[in-house]
Design a binder for this molecule. Structure first.
Ligand code: SF4
Length: 262
């Protein structure tokens, strides 16, 4: 992602979040040992030194555009989303213009760049723009609860927006890289995103939740690859319990094809 000018984000008008309630509490899992938490936090410090520029790699110019780009990024790459959004945002730069759009026209634009699930995604982004106009005075809401009421917006997307725009997510964004890295680094034994998120929230202080996922995604894209992790070159291999034997850790299980009939 291009790093957004601070002014873009700081000037963004947004519905303020309600006072912290049970959200933080519910995101935290069973308290880990002090030693384990200190070890994980020390590894995060090293990763932050390795990736001082870790950030969300989607391009956007406003909180609304980040929300739309993140919804579009489901099941596809940031690279493809970044190819499409300049064209999309040239025609529909904000909530009022996208709310007035015709979903089939938006779907046509998406599919012309090769985006899958284009009909559903077009319906979602037009729908969320309309709901933002109707319920939030055209501003992106600033709470997990309100964000996840928008079409196509789940917990992960909501926390991307809360973390990137306001630096205050209500959990840790767990994508495929975060899942794999958290398992390889020995920070979780869980296998579902929800349980992994709970373990990570328990290991790290809230102020690290936003940067944690950016740093892990950077490391996963540049060094700790799914199939062939570059352990030799990895700056945290001394901390990693899977170093040099990680190929099969944290990877999606192979699909077993059903035998052909007859
Ligand atoms: S040592 Fe290997 S498995 Fe561990 S974090 Fe580094 S690249 Fe990944």
């Amino acid at each position: 992602m291009s790093t957004r000018p601070e002014s873009v984000l700081s000037s963004a008008k947004a519905t303020r979040a309600p006072a912290r309630s049970g959200n933080e509490k519910s995101a935290r899992g069973k308290r880990p040992s002090k030693k384990k938490a200190e070890g994980a936090q020390s590894t995060l410090v090293k990763l932050r030194v390795l990736y001082p520029d870790a950030h969300c790699e989607l391009n956007f110019g406003s909180p609304f555009q980040l929300l739309v780009a993140t919804v579009l990024s489901a099941q596809t790459t940031d690279v493809l989303v970044n190819k499409i959004t300049p064209h999309l945002f040239a025609r529909y730069p904000d909530a009022p213009s996208l709310a007035a759009a015709d979903p089939p026209e938006v779907a046509h634009l998406l599919v012309s760049f090769g985006m899958g699930m284009h009909n559903q995604k077009a319906k979602n982004i037009v729908g969320l723009a309309r709901m933002i106009m109707l319920n939030h005075e055209g501003r992106v809401p600033r709470s997990l609860e309100a964000l996840t009421e928008l079409p196509g917006v789940g917990r992960k997307t909501a926390n991307v927006v809360l973390g990137v725009v306001w630096g205050d997510p209500e959990g840790v964004v767990v994508d495929t890289h975060v899942q794999r890295l958290a398992q390889r680094l020995g920070w979780t034994r869980a296998t579902t995103p929800e349980e992994i998120e709970r373990d990570l929230c328990a290991l790290f202080p809230r102020e690290d939740w936003a940067i944690l996922s950016h740093v892990l995604i950077f490391h996963g894209r540049r060094t700790c690859f799914a199939r062939k992790p570059a352990c030799e070159a990895c700056g945290v291999n001394e901390d990693c319990p899977c170093a040099f034997r990680a190929e099969n850790v944290g990877r999606k299980p192979k699909r077993v094809r059903p035998p052909k009939a007859g």
